[in-house]
Design a protein around this ligand. Structure first.
Ligand code: SF4
Length: 271
C-alpha cells in the first residue's frame, strides 16, 4: 500500500498504523512502516553517514523497498564522514552549487535560530518525493519524548516533499543494539567519543575547541569567510568593531541556550 491510498495523514501515530497484523518488535514495526508507505517510484533516502542512517539503509534493504540514497555535502562536513560515505556505492554524494564559505560571505554566519544552511545545503533534494529519514524523538531522563510531529509528515517549506521517519520511536541504545546485532559498519568518529556527526562548527555544536583543534583547515576557511563578510558591510554599519570580534562572538556558544534549543527541537538525529 502506498501513500496515495493512505491519503498520507500528517502526524499519523506510528504506534497505531493502518496495518492489520501486530508487529513483534520495533524492528518489525519499522519494516512494516517502510513497506506500508513505499511509493511506486521508490523512496528518496536521506543519508547522513550517521548511526541512524546506516540503520535506516539496512532496514530499507531488509524491507525490500525501492530507494535511492543521497548525501548532501555542505562543504564543512567532517572529512572522516565523507570518506565513510564513499564506501557505500549505493549512496550518491550531491555537491551544492555554492560552498558554505561562499554563502557565508553573502549571508553571514548561520546562527542557532537562523540555520539557513540546513535548508540551502543539507536538506536540499527530495522535492516531489517521499523522503526517508532516520530522525528520532529525543530521549529525556530514560524515556522517549514524543514531539507533535508524527512518523509521516509533509515538508512545511515544500509541500511536494513528504517525510517518513520509520525509526522515530527508537532509543539511542536500540539503534546501537541493531548496529551490533547486524554487524553494520559505522563511522569511526563515534569510537573517538563523537555523539553526532554534523557539520564542523555547526551553530548547534557546544564544544568548539575540540573541533577547531581537529579540523584547523575548515576552521580557517570559515574564519576567512567571516572576515570577507564583515568587510562587505557598509563601513560604520557593522555590528562588530572588527571582523575578529564577529568571529569570536560566533565561536562563543551559549551552552544553556543550545541545550534549550535542542530540548525544544525534541528530535534526535545524527547531525
Ligand atoms: S548541520 Fe548545522 S552547519 Fe550544517 S547545514 Fe545544518 S545548521 Fe548548518
Amino acid at each position: 500500500m502506498g501513500l496515495e491510498q493512505l491519503n498520507f495523514i500528517d502526524g499519523q501515530d506510528p504506534l497505531t498504523p493502518t496495518i492489520l497484523r501486530k508487529p513483534k518488535d520495533k524492528i518489525e514495526m519499522a519494516i512494516m512502516r517502510l513497506q506500508q508507505f513505499e511509493p511506486p517510484e521508490g523512496y528518496y533516502l536521506a543519508f547522513s553517514g550517521g548511526k541512524d542512517s546506516v540503520v535506516l539503509l539496512d532496514l530499507a534493504k531488509k524491507a525490500g523497498v525501492k530507494s535511492d540514497a543521497h548525501y548532501n555535502l555542505t562543504t564543512i562536513d567532517p572529512p572522516e564522514v565523507v570518506q565513510f560515505i564513499k564506501t557505500f556505492r549505493e549512496v550518491k554524494i550531491e555537491r551544492p552549487e555554492h560552498t558554505m564559505c561562499e554563502l557565508i560571505v553573502k549571508k553571514g554566519l548561520p546562527r542557532r535560530q537562523g540555520r539557513w544552511c540546513c535548508e540551502e545545503l543539507k536538506e536540499r533534494g527530495g522535492s516531489g518525493r517521499v523522503v526517508l529519514t532516520g530522525i528520532r524523538w529525543l530521549e529525556a531522563k530514560g524515556r522517549t519524548r514524543r514531539a507533535h510531529r508524527g512518523m509521516v509528515e509533509t515538508c512545511y517549506r515544500d509541500r511536494s516533499k513528504r517525510f517518513v521517519h520509520p525509526i522515530i520511536d527508537w532509543t539511542t541504545d536500540e539503534v546501537w543494539q541493531y548496529i551490533k546485532d547486524n554487524h553494520i559498519r559505522y563511522c569511526s568518529l563515534y569510537d573517538e567519543g563523537f555523539e553526532r556527526l554534523g557539520c564542523i562548527l555547526c551553530p548547534m555544536v557546544r564544544n568548539v575547541a575540540s573541533q577547531i583543534k581537529r579540523w584547523p583547515k575548515i576552521t580557517e576557511a570559515l574564519r576567512r569567510a567571516t572576515y570577507r563578510y564583515w568587510e562587505r558591510q557598509t563601513p560604520g554599519g557593522q555590528k562588530f568593531e572588527t571582523a575578529e570580534d564577529l568571529w569570536q562572538w560566533w565561536l562563543k556558544r551559549d551552552q544553556s541556550r543550545i541545550a534549550f534549543q535542542q530540548e525544544k527541537m525534541m528530535f534526535d538525529s545524527d547531525d
